[in-house]
Write a protein that binds this ligand. Structure first.
Ligand SMILES: [Zn+2]
Length: 276
C-alpha cells in the first residue's frame, strides 16, 4: 500500500514538474513569438541598425525600471521650486523634439535630490536627473546638452542594441512577459543594461552618436548648439583625472570629443536657424 502511495506521489510530482516546465517553456515561446526583426535607421545619424525589441517592449522594460527607481528614491523626489521648474522646462522642449522620432514613447522626467552629477533616460522615454548635475550644467542650454545626449540614447535604442549584443533579447522578452524563466543573475544584467545609473557604460560609438543626435536635438529645441561646446569644455576641466559620470563616460579623449562636437556644429546651427 505504502509503495503504491509513494509511486503515485512520484508520478504526481513528475506531472507537476512537467507542468511547470511546460509553463516556463510556453512563456519562452510566447516571448520569442513576440519578437520581430527590425531593420531601421537611427535618427539624425541615419545608421542602419538591427533591433529586435519593439518600441512597446522597450517602453515596458524602461517603465519597470523607472517604477523601481522612483520607489527607492521616494523621499528624494523634488516636485516644486526653481530647479524643478528648470528641469521640466528644458525636458519638455527636448521631449517635444525627440517625440518626432519616437511618437510612441511616453516621456516623463523626475528630479531626484542626490549629490551626484548624473542624468539618464531609460528606454521608452523615462528621464531621471540628479540635482548634483545642475551646478555643472549651469544654465538651460547646458542642461539641454545633457538631456539631448541622454534622450538620444533612448531614441537611438542603444540599450536594446546592447541587450541584443549580449544575447539577452529573449531574456528581456521573458521579463516583459511576466518574469518567468529568468534567473536572478540575468535579471540584474538586464537591469544594469537599461539604466546608465546602474553602472554599465554604453559603447564608445554609441556615446559619440548620442553626442551628435543630442546636439541636433538641442538645436531643434531652440538652444544655441554652440553652448554645447562651451559645456563640454567646462566638463573637461571639471573632471580631469576623476571618475566621470555617465554623460562623460567612455571617451578616448575629452579633447577629441569637443573636436567632434565642433565638427557637427554646422549641421546643428542649420537646424537651429531653420527650426519651426
Ligand atoms: Zn551617454
Amino acid at each position: 500500500m505504502t509503495s503504491i502511495m509513494s509511486a503515485m506521489k512520484t508520478v504526481l510530482s513528475l506531472t507537476v514538474g512537467r507542468a511547470l516546465v511546460a509553463v516556463v517553456l510556453a512563456a519562452i515561446v510566447v516571448g520569442v513569438l513576440l519578437l520581430n526583426d527590425h531593420r531601421q535607421k537611427t535618427p539624425v545619424t541615419d545608421r542602419a541598425q538591427h533591433v529586435t525589441l519593439t518600441d512597446a517592449q522597450q517602453m515596458q522594460l524602461g517603465s519597470q525600471e523607472y517604477t523601481k527607481t522612483l520607489r527607492q528614491n521616494r523621499a528624494r523626489i523634488i516636485s516644486s521650486g526653481s530647479q524643478y521648474a528648470e528641469v521640466n522646462r528644458v525636458a519638455r522642449r527636448i521631449e517635444a523634439v525627440a517625440s518626432r522620432d519616437k511618437p510612441s514613447f511616453v516621456w516623463k522626467v523626475t528630479l531626484i535630490r542626490k549629490n551626484e552629477a548624473n542624468a539618464y533616460c531609460l528606454p521608452g522615454g523615462k528621464i531621471v536627473v540628479y540635482t548634483g548635475i545642475l551646478p555643472l550644467t549651469r544654465n538651460d542650454a547646458g542642461l539641454a546638452t545633457v538631456l539631448g545626449h541622454e534622450v538620444a540614447h533612448a531614441t537611438a535604442e542603444h540599450a536594446a542594441e546592447r541587450i541584443e549584443r549580449e544575447h539577452l533579447t529573449k531574456v528581456a522578452a521573458a521579463i516583459i512577459a511576466g518574469g518567468i524563466a529568468v534567473t536572478p543573475g540575468q535579471f540584474v544584467r538586464i537591469s544594469a543594461l537599461l539604466g546608465a545609473a546602474a553602472g554599465l557604460p554604453f559603447s564608445r560609438s554609441q556615446e559619440s552618436e548620442a553626442d551628435h543626435i543630442g546636439l541636433v536635438y538641442m538645436a531643434r529645441g531652440g538652444y544655441d548648439p554652440r553652448q554645447a561646446v562651451a559645456f563640454w569644455k567646462r566638463m573637461q576641466r571639471a573632471f580631469k583625472g576623476h571618475e566621470p559620470p555617465e554623460f562623460l563616460s567612455d571617451h578616448p579623449s575629452d579633447a577629441h570629443r569637443v573636436q567632434r562636437v565642433e565638427g557637427w556644429l554646422p549641421e546643428a546651427e542649420r537646424e537651429y536657424g531653420n527650426r519651426t
